[in-house]
Ligand binder design. Structure first.
Ligand SMILES: Nc1ncnc2c1ncn2[C@@H]1O[C@H](COP(=O)(O)OP(=O)(O)OP(=O)(O)O)[C@@H](O)[C@H]1O
Ligand SMILES: [Mg+2]
Length: 385
């Protein structure tokens, strides 16, 4: 491996300039890298930190080319990118990680599921639907979950239909249907893998979702599960990324049923909301780890040094506009509370505006403090929505 690096160590291109991109830029700067961010929103969260932003949509082929050509390696923080131009650039020798071929498979949830099935990775049984009709759904059987093939996030693009009488709630978009999994817990494992095939994973985390909302409520790291289940989850997640030959950090979302069965829900080909706590709680955080993998440096230790709880700070449901953060000082007066605000200049209902990680030697105390913070901090906009 080469071991002389004229500074900057690498020029890193990042497609997508939201919070994940912003935290990637922060890690890149620590490692002596420079970043260029591509995002349609001027002064986007990642662009503010990077100092250099190309303002363009993710499918603007000319601007994507400009970004890739200006960088040693290009990566992304979201899936909804036009992969045609990325494939062409990769074929002409530019380094893009994860690869555009893998991104293309993962960004279509149906082809992602087919890959999982073909690799014998446990995942809910599914079928693609060409024609959406009550008969097709009834034949598959309820309860079922319908998912949009493309463009879904934070639960948009997912419809849970318990019985035939729910058919009206279906999504009128290209989609597939899968078995409803009666999950006792939703878990996630971050897996990092390099070009050399060396991989490592982080301790399993547990994600709690609030009833009716699909946005993560409180995350517990490590998950409160039997050690043998935790190990099986790490093995399953690692097998998944090996089957994909993925390079970078990947978020593998898993279901755990009451009888201890694990299955893969979906894979994010990027850093993940379930890994924000790694910034304070682990030796190498997920953002630095992603950079190490995509640049081609050795992976770092994933050891977790303290239990942690994490919650997202969401925009108030009833207002929008320039954000006002209330309760910040009260939250910061609690020992172990680390607040991250993403620099978004406008809040909208439920928008992810920041997150809080709480460290405590006792995971239950960390969780209690996170719950206190949830009551203390509100992010409202100056206009009623
Ligand atoms: N087969 C299933 N059985 C039961 N619940 C499911 C199933 N698939 C999805 N869900 C529920 O819907 C949520 C969102 O599904 P999924 O993760 O596939 O969508 P998403 O929009 O990509 O979400 P996100 O961006 O939040 O990861 C899951 O976290 C889970 O709570
Ligand atoms: Mg998900």
């Amino acid at each position: 491996m080469k071991d002389q690096f004229p500074v900057p160590v690498a020029r890193v291109g990042i497609i997508g300039g939201g919070q994940l991109g912003r935290m990637l830029v922060a890690a890149a700067k620590r490692l002596g890298c420079t970043c260029v961010v591509l995002d349609p929103l001027p002064r986007c969260p990642a662009g503010q930190l990077a100092g250099r932003q190309i303002v363009a949509t993710y499918d603007d082929a000319d601007k994507v080319r400009e970004l890739v050509e200006a960088c040693d390696v290009t990566t992304f923080e979201l899936e909804a990118i036009d992969t045609a131009v990325l494939k062409e650039l990769a074929n002409s020798g530019h380094r893009i990680r994860p690869t555009p071929d893998l991104l293309a498979i993962i960004q279509d949830k149906l082809t992602q599921k087919e890959l999982l099935r073909d690799a014998n990775i446990a995942t809910a049984e599914f079928v693609g639907v060409d024609q959406i009709s009550p008969e097709v759904f009834a034949e598959f059987g309820y309860p079922l979950v319908q998912k949009a093939r493309r463009g879904g996030y934070d639960g948009r693009g997912v419809a849970i239909l318990h019985a035939a009488s729910d058919f009206d709630k279906h999504l009128p978009v290209p989609s597939y249907i899968e078995r409803f999994v009666p999950a006792e817990k939703e878990l996630a494992v971050l897996v990092a893998r390099g070009d050399d095939g060396v991989s490592c994973c982080y301790p399993v985390v547990e994600m709690d979702f609030r009833e009716g909302e699909n946005v993560l409520d409180i995350l517990l790291a490590p998950a409160e599960i039997d050690p043998s289940v935790a190990e099986a989850a790490q093995v399953l997640a690692t097998r998944t990324i090996e089957a994909m030959q993925g390079v970078g950090v990947f978020g593998v979302e898993l279901f755990l049923t009451a009888d201890g069965e694990l299955s893969v829900n979906e894979v994010a080909p990027r850093t993940h909301n379930s890994g924000h706590h790694t910034i304070e709680a682990c030796i190498t955080d997920q953002f630095e780890q992603h950079l190490r993998a995509v640049i081609g440096l050795p992976l770092g230790s994933t050891e977790q040094l303290s239990p942690a709880a994490m919650l997202n700070l969401l925009g108030d449901p009833d207002s929008q506009g320039h954000p006002v953060v209330s309760g910040l000082a009260a939250a910061l007066s609690i020992p172990g509370v680390c607040v991250h605000l993403y620099g978004k200049d406008k809040t909208t209902p439920y928008r992810k505006m920041g997150h809080v990680t709480v460290l405590d030697r006792d995971i239950h105390a960390a969780r209690d403090k996170a719950e206190q913070v949830r009551e203390l901090i509100t992010i409202t906009g100056e206009e009623a929505s």
